[in-house]
Design a protein around this ligand. Sequence first.
Ligand SMILES: Cc1cc2nc3c(=O)[nH]c(=O)nc-3n(C[C@H](O)[C@H](O)[C@H](O)COP(=O)(O)OP(=O)(O)OC[C@H]3O[C@@H](n4cnc5c(N)ncnc54)[C@H](O)[C@@H]3O)c2cc1C
Length: 186
Amino acid sequence: MSHVAFQPKGQQFEYQADYVVVGSGPGGATMANALARGGASVCLVEAGPWRDPEHYPHSTFGALRDLFDDYGNGLTRGRAFWPVVQASAVGGASTINSAICVRTPADVFDEWTTDHGLDGDLLRDTLWAHQDTLEQELSVTEVPPASRGLFNRLAKQGADALGGGRLAGDQRYRYRRELRNAGWAG
Ligand SMILES: Cc1cc2nc3c(=O)[nH]c(=O)nc-3n(C[C@H](O)[C@H](O)[C@H](O)COP(=O)(O)OP(=O)(O)OC[C@H]3O[C@@H](n4cnc5c(N)ncnc54)[C@H](O)[C@@H]3O)c2cc1C
């Protein structure tokens, strides 16, 4: 893997690759990863800067300045104004998100069977196998008791009352490789 940073506007840069993926957020990075694992050469183009973890800002202002697009002030206008919070850095919004990893809940597959006539059991098994792999690769773990906030404590109580397992929208599971115990809030 090679990495070329901070090309000034207008400067020519040549690189040959089988594929060019624009944007290095979870969408683009997943696509680039799948293509590269399939043996293709891939050029991943990202508008934002590369930040090594040791250079991540430690203040809210620093994060807004260095990682967010437009200081987190993006807006879209429909019948009302809506904030659109986006990151601009290698990794996209995965650099600023809460690392919550939500699995497709079982009742979604039941609904696909009853309401849409699909083979929900087959879809569940297939998708959960992929989600197993993803969770392993991303080191998804349950937030440890000492780091649980109110939402995580309530989610745990609810899950225990229902016999254990994970709830729909459960925020207790987070990807945490190299997070060094950061990002556990909630
Ligand atoms: C504050 C916050 C918290 C969140 N918490 C969670 C969570 O806990 N769990 C969860 O699963 N999801 C969470 N999300 C949602 C999740 O982060 C997004 O759904 C995900 O990042 C979207 O991925 P993406 O690749 O589509 O886009 P993005 O992550 O937005 O990535 C797009 C990338 O493309 C780049 N780009 C755009 N245009 C160009 C261009 N023309 N040329 C080059 N590069 C370009 C941008 O700079 C950016 O880096 C959260 C999101 C936010 C904002």
